[in-house]
Design a protein. Structure first.
Lengths: 112, 113
């Protein structure tokens, strides 16, 4: 079983839609959860960071972690064409200095 | 805003040659990383570096690879005797003291021919 699974999409939505992106994982030791955005042939850009379970909101973005289900989500409200990118979830069992384990990424396309 | 910078942006090398990929991490960060992403695949961890030594490495990071912090600002990844399958985007990242969130550079696209 793969450690982190993420539906690769592509996911196509109209401008203004609410987008839900998800990852599941198998390692119950993961405690630190991140979402990155990656444009084509560019480096991952950190969007959200969450520790353990719960919700975190930042502008149009909300990250949710459900450790009991080993399931994390990123919601994007009022999606914009500029949100079109690949969204990567990443997670780690330990604090600084250790490996982030990434999902494969979901490609999102927002049409105007 | 501080950022991780990587050079070169694209490197083409012949199979069997050695390459050095260079990175300047964010200045007050203490943890440094290399990741790679083969086209169409996941971002994969290679190695982390702290206090002038490797703190963790993946099974990908074999004797072909080495890392170095030659001075106070640069962090390098050396790949000896490159193979076709080493062709990938290589990302440098760094994180601050006590922080797990890593900030990534724009990557070096390595093409082995």
């Amino acid at each position: 079983q793969k450690e982190v699974e993420q539906d690769p999409g592509p996911l196509s939505v109209p401008e203004g839609a609410i987008v839900s992106l998800n990852c599941t994982y198998s390692n119950s030791a993961f405690q630190y959860f991140m979402w990155y955005r990656q444009y084509s042939r560019k480096g991952p850009e950190l969007l959200m960071y969450t520790y353990s379970s719960g919700n975190k909101e930042d502008g149009r973005f909300t990250a949710q972690v459900d450790k009991s289900s080993k399931y994390i989500s990123l919601f994007i409200r009022d999606s914009q064409p500029s949100d079109s990118a690949t969204y990567l979830c990443a997670m780690s069992a330990y604090q600084a200095g250790t490996a982030l384990i990434f999902g494969k990424g979901t490609t999102l396309s927002v049409s105007s | 805003e501080p950022e991780v910078t990587q050079t070169p942006s694209h490197q083409v090398t012949q199979m069997g040659q050695e390459v050095i990929l260079r990175c300047v991490p964010i200045s007050n960060h203490l943890y440094f990383y290399w990741y790679r992403q083969i086209l169409g695949q996941k971002v994969e961890f290679l190695v982390s570096f702290y206090n002038n030594e490797i703190s963790e490495k993946s099974e990908i990071f074999d004797d072909q690879f080495s890392v170095e912090r030659p001075d106070g600002s640069n962090f390098t990844l050396k790949i000896r005797s490159t193979k076709l399958e080493d062709s990938a985007m290589y990302f440098c990242a760094s994180s601050a003291r006590g922080k797990v969130e890593a900030f990534f550079g724009q990557g070096t696209r390595l093409t082995v021919v």
